[in-house]
Design a protein around this ligand. Sequence first.
Ligand code: HEM
Ligand code: HEM
Length: 136
Amino acid sequence: MDRFVKNFIGASIVYLFLSTIFGILMLYNPELLRLKFVHSHLNMLGWVSMMIYGVGYHILPRFVGRRIKSVTLGEIQFYLANTGLIGMLFFYTLETYNPGDSLYRGLTVASGILEALSIVIFFYNMIATLYAKEGQ
Ligand code: HEM
Ligand code: HEM
């Protein structure tokens, strides 16, 4: 198993743990529901997407009998996805408690763009692997 694949799966489980704690805190203190986006994206971009990246990178190339197109791109995607997610949720939280702060909003959007870039890399790496010409 490639190191970045194992890292995606490990990170995914950490995000599940964090989002569960956050979910319980929201049940306990409804004031925290204003940060529902943090819980939902820890889950959807952290737990769910990163588990799918990890399992997908490991299994899908084997379905077509090939190696992944680029391990380096997989490594880069891992760092972009995590930096983007943590940054987006961190600055979103700061902006929620400092409404109208354009610096925090800008950093939230910039982190969201990093996250989106990681998704584009996954898209490219997976399509280039699955649809590579025979012999490549
Ligand atoms: C013990 C575990 C969990 C707890 C205590 C919990 C708790 C909550 C709470 C309190 C809300 C806010 C509901 C509201 O708006 O009134 C919520 C929303 C949400 N949760 Fe969880 N959650 C848990 C696990 C999960 C998991 C595993 C996922 C995804 C795989 C998930 C995905 C979501 C999503 C997407 C929303 C937003 C839904 C919406 O806006 O309607 N949650 N959760
Ligand atoms: C770069 C990636 C993403 C960005 C920037 C993003 C951004 C957003 C924003 C701004 C909202 C509205 C939040 C609100 O109403 O306060 C939202 C809601 C939601 N998104 Fe995403 N999203 C991304 C990826 C995803 C992915 C990959 C999934 C599912 C796998 C997902 C699932 C959801 C769900 C279920 C909601 C409704 C729950 C909520 O309001 O928190 N998102 N997203």
